[in-house]
Design a protein around this ligand. Structure first.
Ligand code: HEC
Length: 240
């Protein structure tokens, strides 16, 4: 009887200890490199490398920056001691809570329409949630898209900069006042920063800031095309 009790106690302890353990990792599949032959510039996808030639979602340019920016902010799900042991800044770690082809069975997807991001943090838009859902339905692969043809005629806020900021920046700068008082969540805010902090902004996106903590986005440099799009927009007088 005593032995049984000890065994029961040991099992209970294990259950309690595991409560906050991260979900088990899935096998690390090699990245699929898809060279985007310009499709990323078609309507609605801007220059952020959206949409592969066969219209699949690009993990590197459409999904990863959302998790990095909206969930992986400093002090939340990133770094050496991420909140709840949940790190959301790499493909392998994101896949711990995603089940391919099954959005409703993917905890890191369903939570986006529930508890996370916390209510006073910038929220993902319905369109961004739909892109994540499409990616999971397509098999949640580590699709890597590279923009090889950059459409330099697209440089207004509405037809390109807005999407770049929404994807890569607004998880931290999307709700006023924004991280470091940099608010990029609408045209007026984006224009204000482009005018009043022009040099800091250019240094930040070119990764030439005085301190590496000021290089933006923190998760990794934008594509050459996105950098030139923002630079063009500034040089043309930040048109709406
Ligand atoms: C994960 C959160 C996060 C994301 C995503 C992010 N930023 Fe930041 N940003 C910060 C923080 C934190 C600071 C303050 C850094 C410091 O001063 O050490 C900052 C500072 C800045 C600054 C001021 C830099 C300076 O020299 O003072 C600019 C400009 C900026 N961000 C623009 C952007 C742009 C543009 C993007 C997207 C391309 C972006 N940020 C994405 C968190 C973020």
């Amino acid at each position: 009887m005593k032995k049984l009790f000890i065994a029961f106690f040991a099992v209970m302890l294990t259950i309690i200890a595991c409560k906050h353990e991260i979900l088990s990792p899935t096998t690390n599949t090699p990245p699929i490199i898809i060279v985007d032959s310009g499709n990323g510039n078609t309507a609605g996808n801007s220059n952020t490398g959206g949409s592969t030639p066969n219209d699949k979602v690009c993990f590197n340019s459409q999904i990863l920056p959302l998790y990095q920016g909206y969930c992986g902010s400093i002090g939340c799900h990133s770094g050496t001691r991420p909140a709840e042991g949940v790190d959301l800044t790499t493909y392998a770690n994101i896949m711990r809570g995603i089940t391919a082809n099954n959005p409703s069975g993917s905890r890191y997807f369903t939570i986006l329409t529930g508890k996370m991001p916390p209510r006073n943090s910038p929220q993902l838009t319905a369109a961004q949630i739909a892109i994540i859902q499409k990616w999971i339905t397509e098999g949640a692969t580590n699709t890597q898209c590279v923009v090889t043809v950059c459409d330099t005629t697209k440089f207004t806020y509405t037809n390109s900069v807005q999407l770049i900021y929404a994807t890569y920046c607004n998880g931290c700068h999307g709700v006023a006042p924004g991280s470091a008082n940099v608010f990029l969540g609408d045209y007026a805010g984006a224009k204000n920063i482009a005018v009043t902090m022009q040099q800091q902004l250019l240094n930040a996106i070119n990764y030439t800031s005085a301190s590496s903590a000021q290089n933006m986005p923190p998760g990794g440099k934008l594509s050459t095309c996105d950098i030139s799009t923002i630079t063009n927009w500034i040089n043309k007088g930040t048109p709406q």
